[in-house]
Design a protein around this ligand. Structure first.
Ligand code: C2E
Ligand code: CA
Ligand code: CA
Ligand code: CA
Length: 271
């Protein structure tokens, strides 16, 4: 018994070290990408339900020449705090992109970026945003911030102040992944958000049924709080029609467009 116990321990340890090794490798890849211009942004159009026109884009980070999903590298970037540096790069890149489009005379649309809790708590976050918008001569209304309710887990008061300040500057704030947590409705009454983004899982579940009352109630509630509603992960015409019928404001998903490199996003914008 002692012997097999020891074997088990060895097996456990080797599995642990494989995971740990993978993590260390990925962390090295992230550090190299940070130092060596190894990230790029893709832009996914968000469209108006009424006329299908692009109202904004969501910027999503990609690794150049590497097939590693953000679902894999963003959590590690958060764990290692590298998300703070990556997040700054995202803000700068988006400002640069908006500035470039404006310089070409293109009528730009707001771009939304995802902000991690660690990033928003970083001292200087607000100054960095302000400085970058100034440097590239970008109106604050062109930058949207997507946060998830996990941002409210710690230091509620401090976070609320930061969000309030961002709104005063003129940024738009969206509550992302709505419907995946437990207390979303509660948060809506006191986080200063302008819109909510309904998670893909909600559309997958409730737009398949003929009973649309869940989605429709959420949208009515949001509207009664003066919030706009974006539905994410829309993949079919039928989902789109149903959302149109129940008064959803904006939609985003493969049915309209994948996230695109900036040249293709530009082409869509000019269409
Ligand atoms: P998210 O913010 O919820 O972004 C939406 C995700 O859904 C994106 O995945 C997008 O490519 C994907 N998506 C869009 N339409 C559809 C659809 O119709 N069907 C399906 N199946 N998926 C769709 P992506 O780009 O892999 O990003 C995953 C997550 O990684 C994001 O989820 C976000 O939480 C995080 N992330 C990505 N870029 C950044 C970033 O620059 N900073 C931070 N903090 N997080 C980021
Ligand atoms: Ca998002
Ligand atoms: Ca989301
Ligand atoms: Ca998410």
């Amino acid at each position: 018994a002692k012997y097999s116990g020891k074997n088990k321990y060895v097996l456990f340890e080797s599995q642990m070290s494989i995971k740990l090794k993978e993590k260390i490798e990925l962390e090295n890849i992230l550090r190299k990408a940070i130092d060596g211009d190894g990230f790029m942004l893709h832009y996914q159009p968000i469209v108006d339900v009424k006329d299908g026109r692009i109202v904004s884009f969501e910027a999503l980070t990609r690794m150049k020449n590497k097939n590693i999903s953000p679902a894999k590298f963003i959590p590690l970037a958060e764990e290692t705090n590298l998300i703070v540096v990556i997040g700054k790069w995202v803000i700068k890149k988006v400002a640069e992109q908006l500035n470039y489009w404006k310089s070409k005379g293109i009528e730009v649309r707001p771009i939304a970026i995802n902000i991690s809790p660690k990033q928003i708590k970083d001292e200087g976050f607000i100054y960095y945003i302000q400085d970058t918008l100034d440097e590239y001569n970008i109106e604050p209304r062109l930058l949207e911030i997507e946060i998830t309710e996990s941002i409210m887990v710690e230091n509620k008061e401090e976070i609320l102040k930061i969000l309030q300040k961002l709104k005063e500057i003129g940024l738009t704030i969206a509550l992302d992944d709505f419907g995946t947590g437990y207390s979303s409705l509660n948060y809506l009454t006191y986080i200063p958000v302008d819109k909510i983004k309904l998670d893909k899982s909600l559309s997958d579940k409730f737009l398949e049924l003929d009973n649309l009352s869940v989605m429709s109630s959420i949208i009515m509630l949001a509207h009664s709080l003066n919030l706009k509603v974006t539905a994410e992960g829309i993949e079919t015409e039928s989902q789109y029609q149903k959302l149109k019928n129940i008064g959803c404001d904006f939609v985003q998903g493969y049915f309209f467009s994948m996230p695109l490199p900036h040249e293709e996003a530009e082409r869509k914008l000019l269409d």
